[in-house]
Ligand binder design. Structure first.
Ligand SMILES: *[C@@H]1O[C@H](CO)[C@@H](O)[C@H](O)[C@H]1NC(C)=O
Ligand SMILES: *[C@@H]1O[C@H](CO)[C@@H](O)[C@H](O)[C@H]1NC(C)=O
Ligand SMILES: *[C@@H]1O[C@H](CO)[C@@H](O)[C@H](O)[C@H]1NC(C)=O
Length: 304
């Protein structure tokens, strides 16, 4: 092959990869309030996205609509992390942009974990009290009880490795009191129109909650888990001699599940045409410090 034709092929390759998505996807992750001067992100979410081949850009909890528009434009997808914060206006604004984009054929995948799962139920269900079911599901690892909707699932293909791991091993880590009761989910038409209910679980008192949902539409690409796929790879409770979170599985199966889901979500983001232009600071460049704690192995902190 001549040099010329090889460079022509490279050019074609570049053009092709841009036309079909951006192969250096940056995922927007909203930070949560820490104290009056700082916000934080649990480092596990950043590392989780990195393990799947993506990078993260922070969405400030108090971002205004101008910031939100810029972040939306330059990120290939959105992750709402777990934690303890009330759904902020910035999250509503970003979701509204996604909905508008979806209507015009734009592709912007979205994932919610734990509190992020709850936010997605509030946003899509247009009901802030949908998460008011109270459960005894803190610090426990469960095997998912899949529904029939698993046939046709994109994130948990039936008979695939991900469904095998999540359904047959007690490795999905739950850390929540709030949650969406399965009966409340099924009674909300906005939720049942948008999502397939992929799995449910019983809490320690036998109360049934929604554990995994996935948008029916592949183009909407919304995924949410009440449980924590990022913890298996990145949270140990190490500050407390590895003992505080012994319930988080680090088995080969758990670590594989965590990786597969990270790769899946970043894979979705690769299909987005949004391009990170490099003029905004990525979370790992913007952070002003790293705190070691028990509940999160590390928190990255940011100036408000
Ligand atoms: C908030 O936390 C950060 C990180 O630990 C610290 O540097 C800062 O001084 C704290 N701010 C206040 C007002 O306590
Ligand atoms: C939005 O926030 C940015 C960054 O803090 C600021 O520079 C800008 O003036 C704000 N815009 C509006 C319309 O408030
Ligand atoms: C979590 O559960 C483990 C046992 O699985 C226990 O050893 C640990 O103390 C619990 N941690 C918290 C913070 O409740």
């Amino acid at each position: 092959m001549s040099t010329l034709s090889r460079s022509t092929m490279l050019l074609l390759g570049t053009a092709f990869s841009i036309a079909s998505g951006f192969d250096r996807p940056v995922i927007a992750v909203m930070s949560h309030p820490y104290n009056s001067t700082h916000e934080y992100m649990a480092a596990s979410y950043v590392k989780y996205i990195e393990s799947g081949g993506g990078r993260t850009l922070r969405v400030p909890f108090t971002a205004n609509s101008t910031q939100i528009e810029e972040i939306y434009k330059q990120t290939s997808g959105l992750l709402f992390m777990g934690g303890a914060a009330t759904l902020p206006q910035a999250a509503r604004d970003l979701y509204a942009l996604k909905v508008k984009g979806d209507e015009s054929g734009d592709f912007y995948p979205m994932w919610g974990t734990c509190l992020g799962f709850e936010w997605i139920n509030q946003l899509v269900g247009e009901d802030d009290s949908i998460i008011d079911g109270m459960f005894s599901a803190e610090n426990i690892s469960l095997a998912l009880d899949f529904t029939d909707a698993i046939s046709g699932s994109r994130a948990f293909p039936e008979d695939g490795i991900v469904a095998d791991l999540a359904g047959n091993y007690e490795i999905t880590m739950n850390m929540h009191e709030h949650g969406v009761a399965t009966e409340d989910f099924l009674a909300n038409e906005l939720l049942t129109d948008t999502f397939n209910l992929i799995s449910t679980n019983d809490d320690l008192d036998g109360k049934n909650f929604v554990s995994t949902i996935e948008s029916k539409s592949a183009d909407k690409a919304i995924y949410a888990t009440q449980w924590h796929p990022e913890k298996n790879n990145f949270e140990y409770g190490a500050v407390d001699n590895d003992k505080a979170y012994l319930s988080t599985s680090h088995s080969a199966e758990a670590v594989r599940l965590s990786f597969e889901l990270a790769a899946f979500f970043v894979g979705e983001a690769r299909k987005s045409d949004h391009v990170f232009e490099g003029n905004l600071k990525l979370a790992i460049n913007e952070r002003t410090g790293v705190l070691e704690e028990t509940s999160f192995e590390e928190r990255y902190v940011f100036l408000n």
